[in-house]
Design a protein around this ligand. Structure first.
Ligand SMILES: [Mg+2]
Length: 375
């Protein structure tokens, strides 16, 4: 199968409601997709770069003119334009930044779909999923103006669904209050609190106080580079300390689980470099008996279907961020897998398990450019 063309398509997606986490409000979800065309047809990949991204993740503008250009150029110059050799090239490109990893993941996604369609094989089978359905959980952000009434309303709405877990966003000054409100409600599903790196390493005492709430995990209290501070905190807390932004490469995941800095890992395939990298990262967690789940970047149905298949691996022991994109995207240009709000059914059909809704993508395309590999 020969690659004829790679197209980079920037699509203006938007979130239904702004999502607030520590130091970040997301509204715009402009997303970069890549389309790889062969004589057999076209497949798509989704890049997790997002507008206003928080370190270590990149914005679409950063990767569009940098890492993506470089990778496509490399594909044109060095690849014999076969899908398999292109996959090898993506795997061997030893990305030197999270931006490079996010575009490698996007290109890998499209190439993998082409390969799986040709082999009549499902992604769930190819990644070693051992379950036919995976559990999913809901996220409740920081309400505007830290309005506790709005927070409680959102929690109650979430608990009316069959969600298997609740993940709330916290930051200094917004931690005990929402957690007390949750405790009053006797929430039965596991609760994770995600601080997105917003605490200073000297605020360990206020984090120790959160032990009283019986959290399943306190996620990313400190900045991404503070691995040692997370390890020390893990020694002091009964609550498992989770990492997310700190896990920006497979090597980082290995280091974090080896040193005891990470008791729960949030694995984000787009950040780690794609499917193959996530399988390696999950295996590292599994062999260290560290619980992990697949996190997300509010992807469309395409990226999220890939995440769901990976979450079917045996090492993924906690529900992931795998809810239906229709819950948060105004328009989802790629169909998602069947979900009942608590579980997602993996696809047994050949390919990634997602399909394009052409008119939704075309009507929201902001710009695109094509690179021909063969005349
Ligand atoms: Mg997080």
């Amino acid at each position: 199968m020969r690659i004829e063309e790679v197209e980079v398509v920037v699509v203006g997606l938007e979130l239904r409601t702004p999502i607030r986490s520590a130091g970040l409000v997301q509204r715009d979800k402009t997303t970069l997709f890549v389309k790889v065309t062969t004589e057999a047809g076209s497949s798509w990949g989704e890049c997790t770069a997002y507008p206003g991204a928080r370190a270590p993740d990149p914005t679409p503008e950063e990767v569009e003119q940098g890492a993506l250009d470089a990778l496509v150029r490399r594909l044109v110059e060095t690849c014999d334009s076969g899908v398999e050799s292109a996959l090898d090239l993506v795997a061997a490109c030893s990305p030197d930044s999270v931006g490079a990893q996010s575009v490698a993941a996007a290109l890998e996604m499209a190439l993998l779909d082409l390969e799986l369609l040709a082999a009549r094989r499902s992604l769930a089978d190819a990644v070693g999923a051992t379950r036919g359905e995976v559990e999913t959980g809901l996220l409740v952000g920081i309400p505007e103006g830290r309005d506790l009434g709005r927070f409680v309303e959102e929690v109650e709405r979430a608990l009316e669904t069959p969600t298997r877990r609740l993940r709330i966003k916290i930051e200094p000054g917004w931690d005990r209050l929402p957690l007390e409100a949750l405790r009053e409600r006797d929430v039965e599903v596991p609760v994770l609190a995600d601080a997105n790196g917003s605490y200073d390493v000297r605020e360990r005492a206020s984090l120790r106080a959160l032990d009283a709430f019986g959290l399943r995990c306190l996620e990313q209290p400190f900045a991404p580079h503070e691995l040692e501070a997370h390890r020390r905190l893990a020694d002091e807390l009964a609550t498992p300390v989770g990492l997310d932004e700190s896990l920006w490469s497979v090597e980082r995941v290995r280091e974090a689980v080896r040193t005891g800095a990470c008791g729960v890992a949030c694995l984000k395939p787009g950040r780690l470099g794609g499917v193959a990298a996530t399988i390696e990262a999950a295996a590292a967690c599994g062999s260290a008996a560290v619980d992990c789940f697949v996190g997300g970047f509010f992807e469309s149905g395409l990226g999220r279907s890939v995440n769901a298949a990976l979450a079917g691996r045996p090492e993924c022991t906690l529900p992931g961020d795998l809810g239906d994109p229709a819950n948060y995207l105004v328009a989802n240009p790629f169909r998602y897998l069947p979900t009942d709000g608590g579980t997602v059914g993996l696809s047994g059909a050949p390919g990634l398990g997602s399909s394009l809704v052409v008119e939704l993508l075309e009507s929201r395309t902001l710009r695109s450019r094509r690179v021909r590999l063969r005349p």
